[in-house]
Design a protein around this ligand. Structure first.
Ligand SMILES: [Zn+2]
Length: 209
């Protein structure tokens, strides 16, 4: 019912998380009404994000790559981080919260999602194979590795953590040096890591088991 270019914008905006058709239409009309400089700023920002942001090939967090060639992020390449620790998080915002708490000095692995008990394909959509290979390589190259399952204390987070435990179990029996731990139960049920305060997070990390 709208002219095709507007409909196209609306369709694109409905793909944003949490955005329905009505809000998408408001965005589209806002853009058409604003015109420049907003539209050119938006266009430039999109182009810059596409050109300058990459994904760390080790932990899969987003990172800036000024010259377009760097493949690993500043955490993965920092020699002062404890390389035997890998905290597995659902998404980058969880990781950022752990970083801000200042109690954790190991590395990360961003899964990019969770396993849903109702969706059989969901294990394929998160970076499980990558985690397995990373841990396997770490155990081959060096002695010890601790995988800290820092998924959220939600049904899906728990399902994901249990699934990962099962996936990594063969590595634990092959190489005695693999420990798999989970964030301590200081976190209340349903609390999203993204919103948990620093002290709770510190306790959860210290009391991992
Ligand atoms: Zn990284």
């Amino acid at each position: 019912m709208y002219p095709e270019p507007i409909q196209k914008l609306i369709t694109l905006f409905t793909r944003f998380p949490g955005i329905g058709p009505r809000q998408a239409a408001r965005f589209a009309f806002f853009i058409l009404k604003e015109k420049d400089p907003f539209v050119s700023e938006l266009r430039d920002a999109l182009a810059a994000a596409e050109a300058q942001i990459g994904i760390c090939s080790t932990c899969f967090r987003m990172m800036e790559r000024p010259d377009g060639t760097v493949n690993s992020c500043d955490i993965c390449t920092n020699p002062r981080r404890e390389a035997h620790l890998i905290a597995v998080v659902e998404k980058e915002s969880d990781m950022r919260n752990i970083e801000q708490s200042g109690v954790y000095h190991g590395l990360y692995h961003v899964l990019g999602g969770v396993i849903s008990p109702l969706d059989q394909d969901s294990p394929k959509r998160i970076r499980l194979k990558e985690l397995y290979e990373r841990v396997e390589k770490r155990l081959k190259d060096t002695a010890a590795c601790e995988v800290i399952l820092a998924t959220n204390p939600t049904t899906e987070g728990d399902t994901t953590a249990r699934y990962i435990e099962r996936v990594l179990a063969p590595l634990a029996s092959d190489h005695g040096a693999l420990t798999i731990s989970r964030l301590g139960r200081g976190l209340s049920l349903g609390a999203e890591l993204e919103y948990v305060d620093e002290i709770t997070l510190k306790n959860a990390l210290t009391n991992r088991k």
